[in-house]
Design a protein around this ligand. Structure first.
Ligand SMILES: *[C@@H]1O[C@H](CO)[C@@H](O)[C@H](O)[C@H]1NC(C)=O
Ligand SMILES: *[C@@H]1O[C@H](CO)[C@@H](O)[C@H](O)[C@H]1NC(C)=O
Length: 328
C-alpha cells in the first residue's frame, strides 16, 4: 500500500496571524444605476450578492448570479480607486439591454446568470454565462451556457462561444473559469478550464481548434459528510461540487476544490489540454491536502505558487504553499 504524506492545513485562527485589512468598498445591499423604466417592485437586492470579482486597470467587475429572483443585472462595474469604505453604485455591463432577464426578456444574446469573469492579457473580459436562472430555487435553464468576450477598450462583444450539448448534462451549471495562456498562446489561442458545479465536471475549451470537451473525475463531486456549513452560528446545507479553481503556469497545474469537501486537489494541465479523453481513461488527479473547513474561493500568487483560500467556517483567508508547506 502506498503511504501518502498528506499535509493537513489546520489553521489555528485564535493564535493566528492578525493582519490589518483595508476596506475598499462596502455595502449593506448593492445599489444599481437602474434605468427609469424599471419596476422597482421586481428588484430583490437581498437576493443580489456577488460571487465573482475581476480587477482591471481602471475598473472592478462584479458578477451577481441569478441565484434567486430579482437580481437587477448579472454583471456590473464600478470605478477603481473610489474613496476607501465607500459604497459606489453599480453600473450594468456593458449596458442594460444585455440584462433583460430581470424583466422576463429571456433573450439568449443577453447575459442570463454570471458567476465569474476573467480578464486576459489582451485587455478583454471573458464572461461565463451559466444560462440558468433562480439556480437555488427552481433551477430554470433558459439558454445554453456561453462564453462572451468583451473588448475592454470599446466594451463591445468580440466573440461568443456557445457550448455544444455533448459537453453538458441536464443539470450543468458552469460557474468558474481559468484562462490558460501558457500552452499554445495568449488570448484567442488560450485554453479555458471551466467548472461544472451542479453536474460535477470540468469543461475544457481549446481556443485554437474552437472545440470543447468534458473531463470527469470522482474528486469533482461533493462529499455528503461536508454538505453542512456552520458560519458564525448560522448553519445551512449545500451539495455543491467543483467550484474553486486556481492555475499555476509555472507548474502547469490546475488546483481545484468542490465546495462540499475539506480537500484540495490538483491535476496537471497536460491531462486537460491533450484533447477529449478516450473511454475508461483515468484523469491523473492528486490530493494536495486537507483544509480546516469547506471553501469556495481559491487563487494563487503566480510568482511563488502560494495558494490562497477562505475556510468558510472561520471567515478567514488562509495561504499555503504546497512546495514549501508554509501556512499562514
Ligand atoms: C436581444 O438582446 C440583444 C443584445 O442585448 C438586443 O440587441 C436585441 O434587441 C434583443 N432582442 C430582443 C427581441 O429583445
Ligand atoms: C449594448 O451592448 C451590446 C454589446 O456590446 C450592443 O450590441 C448593443 O448595441 C448595446 N445596446 C445599447 C442600447 O447600447
Amino acid at each position: 500500500m502506498n503511504v501518502i504524506h498528506l499535509p493537513i492545513l489546520w489553521l489555528c485562527i485564535h493564535g493566528g496571524f492578525a493582519v490589518q485589512l483595508e476596506v475598499l468598498n462596502q455595502w449593506n445591499l448593492l445599489s444599481f444605476d437602474l434605468p427609469f423604466q424599471y419596476n422597482y417592485e421586481d428588484i430583490r437586492l437581498e437576493n443580489t450578492v456577488f460571487t465573482g470579482l475581476e480587477v482591471t486597470t481602471n475598473r472592478l467587475f462584479l458578477a451577481t448570479p441569478r441565484l434567486r429572483a430579482g437580481v437587477p443585472a448579472t454583471l456590473s462595474t464600478i470605478p477603481r480607486n473610489t474613496p476607501p469604505g465607500s459604497s459606489p453604485v453599480l453600473t450594468a455591463y456593458p449596458n442594460w439591454s444585455m440584462h433583460g432577464a430581470l424583466r422576463g426578456n429571456l433573450n439568449c444574446s443577453g447575459l442570463i446568470s454570471v458567476y465569474r469573469i476573467r480578464a486576459d492579457s489582451c485587455n478583454r473580459l471573458w464572461v461565463l454565462d451559466s444560462g440558468v436562472t433562480s439556480s437555488l430555487d427552481d433551477f430554470t435553464r433558459v439558454c445554453n451556457p456561453k462564453l462572451v468576450i468583451f473588448d475592454l477598450r470599446t466594451d463591445r462583444i468580440v466573440r461568443s462561444i456557445i457550448f455544444p450539448r455533448e459537453v453538458l448534462r441536464p443539470s450543468s451549471l458552469l460557474t468558474n473559469l481559468i484562462i490558460d495562456e501558457s500552452v499554445q498562446g495568449r488570448c484567442d489561442s488560450a485554453f479555458v478550464y471551466m467548472s461544472d458545479t451542479a453536474a460535477p465536471g470540468l469543461v475544457v475549451y481549446d481556443g485554437v481548434k474552437d472545440q470543447a470537451w468534458r473531463i470527469m473525475h470522482p474528486s469533482f463531486f461533493p462529499d455528503p459528510d461536508f454538505s453542512n456549513y456552520n458560519v458564525d452560528d448560522e448553519s445551512f446545507t449545500l451539495m455543491d461540487g467543483i467550484v474553486g479553481l486556481a492555475h499555476s503556469p509555472n507548474l502547469a497545474t490546475l488546483y481545484f476544490q468542490p465546495l462540499a469537501t475539506d480537500r484540495l486537489f490538483s491535476v496537471p494541465t497536460t491531462a486537460l489540454t491533450k484533447g477529449p479523453p478516450v473511454e475508461f481513461e483515468e484523469t491523473p488527479v492528486t490530493l494536495v491536502g486537507k483544509k480546516s473547513s469547506q471553501g469556495l474561493g481559491l487563487t494563487i500568487s503566480i510568482d511563488e505558487d502560494t495558494l490562497y483560500f477562505s475556510p468558510l467556517a472561520e471567515t478567514a483567508v488562509a495561504s499555503w504553499n504546497p512546495l514549501t508547506n508554509t501556512q499562514k
